[in-house]
Design a protein around this ligand. Structure first.
Ligand code: ZN
Length: 270
């Protein structure tokens, strides 16, 4: 599943091919993805110039004067910029024809992705209750500490709550808690200020590193035959239940927390 680093890598890969270009037309090969595609996508976008390609949480926004196309890659979605003559394959659901002569093509086999419309000057309801971006200055240990007081939920569940901070999915929650030495089971309200500072630093470092690594896959976004650029992770905890802890060598524990598979070291994480 594309996580925040893949979505940010997608944004960086697409931006040079989209920004400043006009949308000549939009081809919809089906009326819906996860949700119906609103009529404004075809009625408002043609003729508009893409002023910016932005990311908020795991959503991409193509900003124009009339409003923004709001895209989510869901579980299996990918976006690529291709020559207009590229044959259409299965699951190629949407084309944005660009003034450069290329098309931006949205492929999504499982169709958990979405394409929605945000009128100019408005914030789509999906974006309204979101917490700060993890790589922004608004996200820090003080924020986690203040928002967690009185909460008995496990700290891992708290960290994955999009109202607290966006874009920390299961992989990055597990890896960040491992790096910060915090047990994922500890009640969020019982984690100290100092340890939340370490956790915020770990989240930022791990996400930033993953985005840097993703940069090597940028060419995939303009290659007709390239696979989507979801990248291999260097993982310490996630997916390694029962294997030796990279720090102490003891077997890593695993169990579901908040219905999500969770792995941690009972010795190194307290
Ligand atoms: Zn350990």
């Amino acid at each position: 599943m594309p996580e925040l680093p893949e979505v940010e890598t997608t944004r960086r890969g697409l931006a040079p091919h989209l920004e400043g270009k006009r949308i000549r037309g939009v081809v919809l090969r089906r009326p819906d993805l996860r949700w119906p595609i609103p009529k404004e996508i075809q009625s408002m976008l043609p003729g508009q110039r893409i002023d910016a390609v932005r990311r908020r949480a795991k959503y991409l926004l193509l900003d124009t004067e009339a409003g923004s196309a709001l895209l989510h890659l869901g579980m299996t979605g990918s976006l690529r910029v291709l020559p207009a003559s590229t044959p259409v394959n299965a699951h190629d659901h949407v084309d944005f024809a660009l003034s450069s002569g290329r098309v931006m093509r949205f492929n999504d086999p499982r169709r958990f992705g979405c394409l929605l419309w945000q009128p100019a000057g408005e914030t789509h309801e999906l974006l309204q209750a979101l917490g700060p971006e993890p790589l922004s200055e608004e996200f820090h240990g003080d924020h986690l500490y203040e928002r967690s007081r009185g909460r008995s939920a496990p700290v891992k569940t708290f960290l994955m709550d999009q109202r607290i901070v966006v874009g920390v999915g299961n992989i990055y929650a597990a890896e960040s808690l491992f790096r910060a030495g915090i047990s994922p089971l500890r009640a969020a309200g019982k984690v100290s200020h100092e340890r939340y500072a370490a956790l915020a630093d770990a989240v930022k470092a791990i996400l930033a590193h993953a985005i840097t690594r993703g940069g090597t896959t940028l060419r995939d976004f303009i290659s007709p035959d390239g696979a989507p650029g979801y990248f291999e992770q260097e993982l310490s905890a996630y997916g390694r239940g029962g294997l030796p802890c990279p720090n102490c060598g003891r077997p890593l524990k695993y169990r579901d927390i908040g219905q999500r598979a969770s792995v941690w070291c009972g010795h190194c994480q307290r």
